[in-house]
Ligand binder design. Structure first.
Ligand code: SF4
Length: 99
């Protein structure tokens, strides 16, 4: 079993190789200046991929513990933020502050 050291935390990341999202990075992280409707569509597609993924539990746990940006484990930045795993500027908050 391998581990990646991030700061002082050892992270077991073997499960990442088994994720259903390989090659689909464009669904999980927003392009610059993404519009809310496009974000909804992109995150809907990402959610469907995560729904078929058998490492979902490990994934959402990592994203929550490390306050990751992007869509992880079937959960958006906004959802993670609302669940108490705070991000400095989740994408929905950023989008609502513009315009
Ligand atoms: S749960 Fe979603 S983001 Fe996480 S590894 Fe699986 S497909 Fe990728």
């Amino acid at each position: 079993m391998s581990a990646v050291e991030i700061g002082r935390v050892d992270l077991d990341d073997d499960w990442m190789d088994s994720g259903a999202c390989g090659g689909l990075t464009h669904l999980f992280f927003p392009p610059p200046a993404e519009r809310p409707q496009a974000r909804q569509r992109r995150e809907g597609a990402a959610r469907r991929v995560c729904g078929e993924c058998h490492v979902n539990v490990d994934c959402v746990d990592l994203a929550r513990r490390h306050h990751e940006y992007g869509f992880w484990g079937g959960e958006s930045e906004d959802e993670r933020h609302a669940a108490g795993f705070r991000l400095i500027a989740p994408i929905g908050v950023r989008a609502r502050s513009v315009g």
